[in-house]
Design a protein around this ligand. Structure first.
Ligand code: PGA
Length: 268
C-alpha cells in the first residue's frame, strides 16, 4: 500500500443473494463497521435486483458505496437484457466492475467491449473497476505480464488523464479466482508493479492515483500479506465477501494497514 492512495475493498457477490438476503447481510455487516469506512473505500457489488434494496438502507450514510457487476455502453435502446450506466446511477451505483474474467470467458466479452464499457462508466461519472489477469496457461508460458499489459492497453489507451485517474484496476489471475488458491503475495506484488509501470506509459502522472487491487481467493488469513505489497491498494473479493464476518475482517485488515501506513508517513 501507499499512503497517497486510499485503499479500496470491493465485494463482488456474483450471482448470489436475493434482495432479502442482501438486506440481512447489510444488517449484520453495518452493525460491525464503525470508523473503518473513513479509511477504506468499501464497495458492495450485488446482483442488479438487490441494488434498490441496498440503496434504501443507510449504506451511503455509513460510508459504503454501491457498485454493479456489469454495464452496457449505450444509454438506451433495443438491447434486451442489458442495463445502462444511467440506470445504474439511478439505483445508487457509483462504481461498476468491467471486464471480469468470468464475463470475458463465459460471455465472450472482448477487449473492445470492455473498453466501451469502461468509457461509458466514466462518461456517467462512475468509477470503473477494470479487471485484468492471465490464465494458468499464460502464466506457465511466462506471458503473464505481456497479457495483462495488452489488456490494460486495449482498455485505457487514449484516455485523457483526468479520466484515467478515476479508474481502478483489479489484477485477478484467472487461476486464483474462486479456487481457494490465491497467488503468492510476492507474485501479486510483482504483477502490481508491472501494472503500475504500464499505467505510467498509458496515463502518465495520473497512474500514481490509480488504485490497483488484487483479486483471487482473498481471505481474512491472507489479505494483510497482499496489502503489504507497495503497489497493491486493496482487494476485489468474491467468496469471502458473502459472509458479513469475513468481509468485515477484510475491511478491518485494510483499515489497520492504512493506519499503520499513515503512522509511518508521519514518522518520516
Ligand atoms: P474469489 O473471487 O474471491 O471468490 O476468488 C474474486 C473475483 O472473482 O473477483
Amino acid at each position: 500500500m501507499n499512503a497517497a492512495r486510499k485503499p479500496l475493498l470491493a465485494a463482488n457477490w456474483k450471482m448470489n443473494k436475493t434482495p432479502e438476503e442482501a438486506l440481512a447481510f447489510w444488517r449484520e455487516f453495518s452493525g460491525r463497521i464503525s470508523g473503518e469506512t473513513g479509511r477504506v473505500e468499501v464497495v458492495i457489488c450485488p446482483p442488479y435486483p438487490a441494488l434498490p434494496a441496498l440503496q434504501g438502507t443507510d449504506l451511503r450514510a455509513r460510508g459504503v458505496y454501491l457498485g454493479a457487476q456489469n454495464v452496457h455502453w449505450e444509454s438506451r435502446g433495443a438491447f434486451t437484457g442489458e442495463v445502462s450506466p444511467g440506470m445504474l446511477r439511478a439505483v445508487g451505483c457509483s462504481h461498476v466492475i468491467v471486464g471480469h474474467s468470468e464475463r470475458r470467458a463465459y460471455f465472450g466479452e472482448s477487449d473492445e467491449v470492455v473498453k466501451r464499457k469502461l468509457r461509458a462508466a466514466l462518461e456517467e461519472g462512475m468509477t470503473p473497476i477494470l479487471c485484468v489477469g492471465e490464465t494458468l496457461e499464460q502464466r506457465t508460458a511466462g506471458r503473464a505480464e505481456e497479457v495483462v499489459a495488452a489488456q490494460l492497453t486495449a482498455a485505457l489507451e487514449g484516455l485523457d488523464t483526468g479520466r484515467a485517474a478515476r479508474v481502478v484496476v483489479a489484477y485477478e489471475p484467472v487461476w486464483a479466482i474462486g479456487t481457494g488458491r490465491s497467488a503468492a503475495a510476492r507474485d501479486a506484488g510483482e504483477m502490481a508493479v508491472a501494472v503500475r509501470r504500464r499505467l505510467r506509459e498509458l496515463a502518465g502522472p495520473a497512474a500514481e492515483e490509480i488504485r490497483i487491487l488484487y483479486g483471487g481467493s482473498v481471505a481474512p488469513d491472507n489479505f494483510a500479506r497482499f496489502l503489504a505489497e507497495a503497489e497493491v491498494d486493496g482487494g476485489l473479493v468474491g467468496t469471502a465477501s458473502l459472509r458479513p464476518e469475513s468481509f468485515f475482517a477484510l475491511v478491518a485488515s485494510a483499515a489497520n494497514a492504512a493506519t499503520a501506513q499513515a503512522g509511518e508517513g508521519e514518522a518520516q
